[in-house]
Unconditional design. Structure first.
Length: 388
């Protein structure tokens, strides 16, 4: 098992725009000190009605509005975490997954192209898929995607199924500064440590357990099911990925013994308690330096077809920012919700607010009054997801 210190994880590759995002992460206390201003960063919002020729230029404009991406990615290795949740052959009402609950392949291709054009030395697409072969390209093929479309979008494009250790055969331990809300550390695929810049390419969706799933919740797919899944090995990671991350949801078992157990086995087993805390742990352990949210054609009522009531919705939006809390706060507002809401209020009726926990951890502010929104104002772009 390779281990690495917190400082090395966080300081590698951070540009000036990202350097202040997690200024309290080394503190033992999870609440940001009273009287100190939480980190904020501009969030760009654009209307984009379809995945057509205007997509690339619209995304490029968003990047320019948040200060440009060359300063983040030039000469760097960039990992792009995709949101390809569930089985390859699932669908919502028979529609293509990219038009509902997966990030659309056109957004993936444009992101790769733009980051490569901005000088990225290597772009690695990462996701923890359920392909038995351990190949992300195979999983894409099973879903009807062509991985070559992404390979041809930029130079040095790589793929990694992060449910597995990767070519080196060793998982890497990412420590959570401050000791973690649920785990002190997570054992993960090397790509999440090796990259200089981590990009969360998410979908604008509701979530049955966490209320919403945006750039931070996308990182919930970082922990491999070979260690943190229902079918994970007892002593060592399983050889083949299988099962859901149920232990992270309900605490029905511990990870493989090769990884650290959770901090407090007596803590609540409630998924509405656990999922937001795992999400914040991961946002601290593997900071998101660029958050991109595909809200053009998406899903309301849940994160995928396994949730009753999950249905297609057209929001016609693209969102980008360099702070995941500010970006997710704006995205939450664009869905018709109050990002300042606490447990018991929509969209967090049955869970703790990931936004509030992340704010308390010092990652960023969820207060819209403290966030500069560039492009289309929230008031003119907002869609009521519950009514859609």
């Amino acid at each position: 098992m390779a281990t690495h210190t917190d400082r090395r994880q966080f300081m590698r590759g951070l540009g000036a725009a990202a350097a202040g995002l997690y200024c309290w992460r080394a503190q033992r206390s999870w609440a940001a000190p009273l009287g100190l201003r939480l980190p904020s960063a501009p969030v760009a919002v654009a209307r984009c009605d379809e995945y057509g020729p205007s997509l690339r230029s619209t995304l490029a404009t968003l990047f320019d509005q948040i200060g440009g991406v060359s300063r983040l990615v030039k000469g760097k290795t960039v990992a792009i975490k995709l949101n390809l949740t569930g089985e390859a052959r699932d669908s919502v009402r028979g529609l293509p997954k990219g038009d509902t609950y997966w990030v659309h392949p056109a957004v993936v291709g444009c992101t790769v192209s733009l980051l490569s054009a901005a000088g990225a030395r290597r772009v690695r697409l990462v996701e923890s898929s359920l392909a038995p072969s351990g190949s992300l390209q195979d999983f894409m093929h099973m879903a009807g995607w062509n991985a070559n479309d992404f390979s041809g979008a930029g130079a040095g494009v790589e793929f990694e199924d992060t449910n597995y250790a990767g070519p080196g055969g060793q998982y890497v331990r990412l420590n959570v500064p401050g000791g973690g809300l649920l785990f002190r550390a997570y054992d993960v695929n090397h790509s999440y440590h090796d990259c200089d810049v981590y990009v969360s390419l998410a979908k604008l969706k509701e979530h049955a357990t966490a209320g919403v799933t945006l750039s931070m919740k996308n990182s919930f797919g970082i922990p491999p099911v070979t260690i943190y899944g229902a079918d994970a090995g007892i002593d060592e990671p399983a050889r083949v990925a299988g099962g859901s991350r149920s232990m992270l949801h309900n605490g029905n078992r511990q990870p493989s013994k090769s990884a650290l157990p959770e901090n407090d086995p007596a803590s609540p087993r409630d998924p509405g308690y656990r999922v937001p805390r795992v999400t914040v742990d991961l946002a601290l352990a593997r900071p998101i330096q660029l958050a991109i949210i595909d809200g053009i054609s998406t899903a309301a009522g849940g994160e995928g077809p396994w949730v009753r009531g999950c249905r297609p919705v057209h929001a016609g939006l693209l969102i980008a920012g360099t702070n995941p809390v500010t970006t997710d706060a704006v995205a939450t507002a664009l869905m018709g919700f109050d990002p300042m809401a606490d447990r018991g209020a929509a969209p967090f009726e049955g869970c703790d607010s990931t936004l509030k926990l992340a704010e308390e951890a010092g990652i960023g502010t969820r207060d819209l009054k403290q966030i500069e929104v560039i492009g289309v104002p929230i008031s003119k772009a907002k869609l009521d997801f519950r009514a859609a």
